[in-house]
Ligand binder design. Structure first.
Ligand SMILES: CC(C)(COP(=O)(O)OP(=O)(O)OC[C@H]1O[C@@H](n2cnc3c(N)ncnc32)[C@H](O)[C@@H]1OP(=O)(O)O)[C@@H](O)C(=O)NCCC(=O)NCCS
Length: 164
């Protein structure tokens, strides 16, 4: 009998604590070239004996600690191939997306957009009034994707750093 393997798509589900290491690994694989932490290291060198990867990895610890119920992962056959993190400011009615990544071999198939839509649905379900996301000037994909998801550009910021 000829058996064909079913082609499956990643499904998006709520983060579990056992996903943490995979989410961090995906973060470090994904953010090379598009994170402020690496720009700082590029300008000033390694700081306090910690490289940009150490600092970027801590962002995920922070996101998990601050809002674990608003962190979603995309899973494909047991592998975490994408994630999105969120934070809520209920008093302001604001939801923010601090971190988002899709594995390089899964990019360009709409998964980033699906993760954003999942976060926006979550914000709406929480009764929030608006959402914000930011991207680096060098991140051409972010600058394309966020307006495509309905975000409007409201400001540009310049970051400065000084070695002490
Ligand atoms: C940003 C990221 C999550 C997008 O994931 P993805 O699954 O590829 O996203 P999608 O497929 O939904 O959409 C990507 C869009 O960018 C477009 N795109 C791809 N490469 C591009 C480029 N070099 N310049 C401009 N747009 C580009 C795609 O065509 C697609 O747009 P379309 O749907 O209008 O065709 C993924 O690229 C990633 O993990 N990047 C590294 C980490 C990162 O930058 N995170 C966000 C920090 S702000």
């Amino acid at each position: 009998m000829h058996v064909t393997r079913m082609l499956t798509h990643p499904f998006i589900r709520l983060f579990k604590p056992t996903d943490l290491e995979a989410v961090k690994a995906l973060t470090l694989q994904s953010f090379e070239g598009v994170t402020l932490e690496q720009n700082v290291e590029g300008a000033l060198g390694v700081l306090n004996s910690q490289d940009w990867r150490w600092r970027k990895s801590r962002h995920i610890d922070h996101d998990v600690a601050s809002n674990p119920g608003g962190l979603f992962v995309a899973e494909q056959e047991g592998r975490i191939v994408g994630y999105i993190t969120t934070e809520l400011d209920r008093d302001a009615g604001k939801g923010r997306i601090p971190n988002l990544a899709v594995a390089s071999d899964f990019r360009g198939r709409g998964l980033g957009r699906k993760l954003i839509e999942r976060a926006l649905d979550y914000f709406r379900g929480e009764g929030l009034a608006y959402a914000m996301i930011e991207t680096m000037d060098q991140n051409t994909i972010g600058q394309h994707l966020y307006p495509a998801c309905g975000f409007v550009e409201v400001a540009r910021q310049i970051h400065f750093a000084l070695r002490l």
